[in-house]
Ligand binder design. Structure first.
Ligand code: KG4
Ligand code: ZN
Length: 313
């Protein structure tokens, strides 16, 4: 019997140079180099800097993934690479590397949709079937609600952000509060110390009757609060603003997930993308799942953010 396919996946859509190797549903290696520190002083990813960092890291990350998985390149059955969406210059570095490998090894090359990969990665760590399901994909570059009929095939979009992505809203609001980049984890930690009654921020598109999101207004609301305090913004004010921001964004994300489940009659929700690591979002979703009787699944934290294993899988 032929063993399950051995696939190497390359991901370079944003600031992570990542290579993963899987055999079927078994994860053999997941190596990631991030250029996040090089972007920190700009408060966001600089495409040109990301592309150059990919170019420098690519070969070493491939070698390391092969070593960790104890796989010889000639044993690979296929090469997979993120084809988009993403920063075009950054994508080109990964695609060129994948092309070269496929050509040199005479193996098939697969272009993979980054969003589908984020959703599919959940299936890497368990064997039971979780589709059909609704997937909430929230990261620095995208925010979507997807209908996943079959994770290896049909994935359709039910709603998406009309402006900033959820992670972008986290990052930009964190920057306004003087927190480092990426701001998601920092603003989330700070919010734990905030008073939930200190400020009330808008819940954009909460009652829009569709499954789209809008987060740029939320970021502007944070800016207005920060400006109001001018130079005397103390640590407690920052925590209170962080709390108001997190409460607002989480409420909208959860409400849209519930609406998508209701609209489709589905009972399973899969959370994907970097913002899926958010503790407040998880707590709120878990509470809703218990109350409304649906199941919610989170890929392992290390597989939530951009990685090569999700592309390979
Ligand atoms: O999926 P990902 O690694 O890359 C993209 O495809 O964008 O997501 C990165 C995003 C960043 O915006 C980061 O601030 C956010 O995910 N993020 C978080 C948390 N951890 C990462 N946002 C909120 N809370 C977190 N704990
Ligand atoms: Zn991503």
């Amino acid at each position: 019997m032929k063993s399950e396919p051995l696939v190497l996946g390359i991901e370079t859509s944003c600031d992570e140079t990542a290579v993963g190797i899987v055999r079927g549903r078994t994860l053999l290696a997941n190596v990631i180099a991030s250029s996040v520190e090089e972007h920190a002083r700009f408060g966001g990813v600089v495409p040109e800097v990301a592309s150059r960092a990919h170019l420098e890291a690519m070969q070493q990350i491939i070698t390391q993934a092969l070593q960790e998985s104890k796989v010889h390149a000639t044993d690979l059955d296929a090469i997979a690479v993120t084809a988009g969406p993403g920063l075009i210059g950054a994508l080109l570095v990964g695609i060129s590397a994948a092309n070269a490998m496929a050509l040199a090894l005479d193996k098939p090359l697969y272009g993979v949709n980054h969003l589908s990969a984020h959703v599919a990665v959940d299936f890497l760590t368990h064997s039971e079937e979780r589709s059909p399901s609704i997937a909430l994909l929230v990261s620095g570059g995208h925010s979507s609600i997807l209908k996943v009929d079959d994770v290896t095939g049909e994935i359709s979009s039910l709603g998406k952000t009309i402006d900033d992505a959820a992670g972008e809203a986290f990052d930009k609001s964190a920057k306004l509060l003087g927190l480092g980049y990426p701001g998601g984890p920092a603003i989330s930690r700070l919010a734990e110390f905030g008073d939930p009654n200190a400020y009330q921020l808008p819940r954009p598109m909460l009652h829009s009757k569709n499954l789209d999101f809008s987060f740029s207004g939320l970021k502007t609301a944070v800016l207005t609060l920060v400006k109001k305090h001018q130079t005397n913004l103390c640590e407690q004010d920052k925590a209170d603003i962080a709390r108001a921001f997190v409460d607002a964004i989480v409420e909208v994300l959860v409400a849209k997930c519930l609406a998508a489940l209701k609209q489709t009659g589905m009972k399973r929700l899969v959370i994907a993308g970097g913002v899926g690591a958010n503790a407040q979002l998880r707590a709120s979703l878990n509470a809703a799942a218990a109350k409304k009787r649906f199941e919610v699944f989170y890929p392992e934290l290390a597989l939530c953010t951009d990685n090569g294993a999700m592309i390979a899988f």
